[in-house]
Ligand binder design. Structure first.
Ligand code: FES
Ligand code: FES
Length: 397
C-alpha cells in the first residue's frame, strides 16, 4: 500500500492505496464520488475526465498513488462553480444529453473550453471536445450549448483566461498543487463553502492580466491604521479618482462605475470587484471587471497591495501592483506607456486623497476628489510633461 495525501473537491484526504488502483476507482469506491464515470478504462472515451491540478485529465489511466499532493476536482466539486452552473443550464436547454453517461466528463472538458476560448468558434469547440465521446446526442446540442455559454459570457464582458489559469508546466497531476494554490478552479471549488452569489450578480473571474504596472507611495501613518482604512470599502472608493459605488458594498464585494476620459473618448465602466484581505500579511487583493457599452470596451484587472512599515513604524510604504487587460476601442488608444503614466498619476492622486482621509481632513481641492476626476486634464498634464522632457533632451537644458 502507498500512503497519499491529496485534496479532493477542496477537502484534504489521506489514504492508503494499492499501487495499481486508478484514480477513478479510488474516487468512486473509496470516496463515493460516483459522478466520475468509467467507460473504456483505456483513456479513449473521456467519460472519466476530471480536473487534476486544474487541468482536465483521464482518471482511468492515472494511478491514485501518483496523485500525492495533487488537487483533484470532480464534477461534484463544481456544484457551485459559475461556469458549470451555466453549462448545466445550457445542456438542459439545448438537449445536450440523453443517457447522461458522458455528461460529467463532457462538462469538465466544456468548462475548460469556456474558460480558455476567446470566441465561440464551432470548429474549436468540436476539436476541444474530440476527446469526449457521446453515443447518444450526435454532438449538435452539446456544441450549441457550449457555444451559447461562451457567447453569453463574452457578451457580459467576461474575458477568457489564458491557459485556463494554469500556472504549471509539466505533466498533469505532477503534484505541484501544494506549491501553486489558488489558480482557476481552486477559486471555484472554494465557493462550495462560500455564500452563493446573488442571481444576476456580475460574476468576477480570476484574472491573468496582460499588463502589470507597479507603484509605491508612503503615507505618514502606521501600517495598522492604513490597513484599517483599506478595509473601509466606501472610504477607499472615495479616494480613487473616477470611482463611484453603486449600492452598498460589503467587506468582500463592491459594485460601481469607473469613469475615464481619454481624449475624445469617455468610457464609463460598470462592474464589480471582489475584495480579499490578509491581516497577518498586511496585504490585500482587489479583483474587478467592467464593461463600457458605449465604447464597446471591457476591462478586467486586479490591484494587489502590500503595506510595509517605515520610519520605525511611524509611516507606511504602500507597494501597489496594478494588472489589467483591456479590449475594445479603448485598447487601441491605450498604449502601455500612456496607461503606465496614467496609472502613476492616478496612484499619486489616490495617495494624496488617502493621506487626507487618514488625517481627517476634507479635500480642499474638489478636483482632487474621486468624483471629479478629469482624465482629459491628466492626459494634457502628461503630454506637457512629455513635451517638456522632449525639449529638454533636444536643448540639453
Ligand atoms: S473511462 Fe477513462 S477515458 Fe474512457
Ligand atoms: S448522453 Fe449518452 S453517451 Fe452522451
Amino acid at each position: 500500500m502507498t500512503a497519499i495525501s491529496l485534496t479532493v473537491n477542496a477537502r484534504s484526504v489521506d489514504a492508503d492505496v494499492e499501487p495499481r488502483t486508478h484514480l477513478a476507482d479510488f474516487l468512486r469506491d473509496g470516496l463515493n464520488l460516483t459522478g466520475t464515470h468509467l467507460g473504456c478504462e483505456h483513456g479513449v472515451c473521456g467519460a472519466c475526465t476530471l480536473l487534476l491540478d486544474d487541468m482536465p485529465a483521464r482518471s482511468c489511466i492515472t494511478y491514485a498513488a501518483a496523485c500525492d499532493g495533487a488537487r483533484v476536482t470532480t464534477i461534484e466539486g463544481l456544484d457551485e462553480d459559475d461556469i458549470a452552473i451555466e453549462l448545466r443550464e445550457a445542456f438542459t436547454r439545448e438537449h445536450a444529453l440523453q443517457c447522461g453517461y458522458c455528461t460529467p466528463g463532457m462538462l469538465i472538458s466544456a468548462r475548460d473550453l469556456v474558460l480558455r476560448l476567446p470566441g465561440a468558434d464551432e470548429r474549436q469547440i468540436r476539436v476541444g471536445l474530440s476527446g469526449n465521446l457521446c453515443r447518444c446526442t450526435g454532438y449538435v446540442g452539446i456544441v450549441r450549448a457550449v457555444r451559447s455559454v461562451i457567447a453569453q459570457r463574452r457578451q457580459r464582458g467576461v474575458m477568457p483566461v489564458p491557459g485556463a489559469g494554469r500556472t504549471e508546466l509539466g505533466p498533469v497531476g505532477s503534484g505541484n498543487a501544494a506549491k501553486t494554490p489558488s489558480a482557476g478552479v481552486q477559486n471555484a471549488v472554494s465557493k462550495v463553502a462560500a455564500k452563493p452569489q446573488d442571481a444576476g450578480a456580475i460574476v468576477i473571474p480570476d484574472v491573468v492580466p496582460a499588463q502589470v504596472v507597479t507603484h509605491q507611495f508612503t503615507v505618514a501613518f502606521p501600517p495598522d491604521r492604513v490597513f484599517q482604512m483599506f478595509g473601509d470599502v466606501a472610504g477607499v472608493a472615495a479616494c480613487l479618482p473616477g470611482v463611484t459605488l453603486t449600492g452598498t458594498p460589503t467587506p468582500e464585494r463592491a459594485e460601481g462605475i469607473i469613469t475615464v476620459r481619454l481624449g475624445p473618448i469617455a468610457a464609463r465602466f460598470q462592474g464589480a470587484a471582489r475584495i480579499e484581505r490578509d491581516l497577518a500579511g498586511l496585504s490585500g487583493r482587489i479583483t474587478g471587471i467592467g464593461r463600457d457599452q458605449r465604447s464597446r470596451s471591457a476591462t478586467q484587472g486586479e490591484i494587489r497591495y502590500q503595506l510595509v512599515a517605515v520610519d520605525h513604524g511611524a509611516a507606511t510604504r504602500v507597494d501597489l501592483s496594478i494588472g489589467y487587460s483591456l479590449t475594445g476601442v479603448l485598447a487601441q488608444l491605450a498604449r502601455p506607456g500612456l496607461v503606465r503614466d496614467l496609472a502613476a498619476r492616478l496612484t499619486a492622486d489616490f495617495a494624496r486623497n488617502l493621506e487626507r482621509r487618514l488625517a481627517g481632513v476634507a479635500p480642499d481641492d474638489p478636483a482632487a476628489t474621486a468624483h471629479a476626476l478629469n482624465g482629459a486634464a491628466l492626459l494634457i498634464d502628461l503630454l506637457h510633461a512629455r513635451a517638456r522632457d522632449f525639449l529638454r533632451r533636444i536643448f540639453k537644458t
